[in-house]
Design a protein around this ligand. Structure first.
Ligand code: AHM
Ligand code: MG
Length: 332
């Protein structure tokens, strides 16, 4: 079989669309390579010392797992020297990491959630890495600041995730649709296995953590009640639920067979508009979903149009099948 590697895919997309200049290609390949390494650590599980708590908290007060830190450090180490980046920001670091003076800098900013689905690490359920690439605003790369990261998601140059499941996959968009690659573990090669993922506009499957139902706002309650009413309710059909509690796995399922994913804001912590982070989770996933023909909103407008005000800002997320996201958004 004449397989297409990630490298060949990026080269060919650049040749036909001009979307992947060499510096971006190098950056994306380095991220992919690091994800292959993280996948190996994840796969060894208890055979290596990678499971369990790290004994520290991140900036959002969440307990860090060993793998959160291992994955974060692996991404920093791999991307610091290449010369494509001015800085990196991560869900696990209070402040951005600026490229030190002894390495060259470049035009791009890399953002990541190094290990998404942390609660699933120790129970051997799919987890992943989410990443987003922005262009540095036009000023001295050596003078990069936290503010440079506060760009709306529409301006992402590329976004993607790796999902560490029964197989390891990389799902990537450089603004020309969404392609999926499967890792050949023996050789460390990413092979293109789906050239164009797309989200069907209709679905019978939804994902939400229903244990929070009593805290939801009225529009979300109304929407989910109508789904639960099934064939005899206003929707006139039965719906099925899936909730992995790893956003990567839930979004991957939607990109493969459709569905709608929701993590609404709720009354548990009134100061926080949702659980998921705009820059590390919502923006890259919304970019992929829109590129695959789906829709992503915070209940009011497109997530990709939100002008960020803080690096670790949170946001409500409704994404996936267009018909469903339009409906739940209209209820707001
Ligand atoms: P994490 O980045 O700390 O792992 O948190 C994000 C995760 C998402 O992957 C997932 O959708 C959500 O948190 C699950 O939350 P809950 O435990 O409330 O179901
Ligand atoms: Mg996460």
């Amino acid at each position: 079989m004449n397989r297409i590697s990630l490298t060949r895919h990026l080269v060919e997309v650049h040749r036909s669309k001009g979307l992947v200049p060499t510096a971006l290609q190098q950056l994306l390949e380095t991220v992919a390579q690091t994800c292959a390494q993280i996948s190996q650590a994840v796969g060894r599980g208890a055979l290596s010392d990678v499971l369990g708590e790290a004994g520290s908290d991140n900036v959002q007060g969440e307990h860090q797992k060993k793998l959160d830190i291992i994955a974060n450090d692996a991404l920093l180490d791999a991307n610091v020297w290449g010369g494509s980046l001015a800085a990196m920001a991560s869900e696990e670091m209070d402040h951005p990491f600026f490229i030190p003076n002894h390495y060259p800098t470049g035009d791009y900013l890399l953002l990541f959630d190094p290990l998404d689905g942390s609660s699933n690490i120790d129970v051997n359920v799919s987890i992943g890495t989410i990443f987003s690439v922005l262009r540095m605003p036009e000023h001295d790369q050596r003078a990069a600041t936290e503010k440079d990261f506060l760009q709306c998601g529409r301006r992402q140059i590329a976004a993607g995730y790796a999902v560490y499941g029964p197989s390891t996959m990389l799902v990537l968009s450089v603004g020309d649709g969404v392609a999926a690659f499967t890792l050949e573990r023996e050789t460390g090669t990413w092979w293109l296995t789906e050239a164009q993922m797309s989200v069907p506009s209709e679905t019978r499957e939804y994902a939400i953590n229903a244990s929070n139902a009593r805290h939801w706002e009225a529009p979300v309650k109304r929407y989910v009640d109508e789904l639960l009413a099934g064939a005899s309710g206003p929707r006139g059909k039965d719906f099925n639920t899936r909730w992995v509690a790893s956003m990567v796995a839930d979004v991957h399922r939607i990109l493969v067979r459709g569905g709608v994913f929701m993590y609404p804001r709720d009354a548990r912590e009134p100061g926080k508009p949702g659980k998921l982070r705009l820059l590390y989770e919502a923006n890259p996933m919304s970019f992929l979903i829109e590129q695959a023909g789906g829709m992503a909103t915070d209940g009011h407008g497109a997530i990709l149009d939100i002008e960020p005000t803080g690096l670790h800002q949170r946001v409500a997320v409704f994404l996936g099948a267009r018909t469903e996201v339009e409906l739940v958004t209209s209820y707001h």
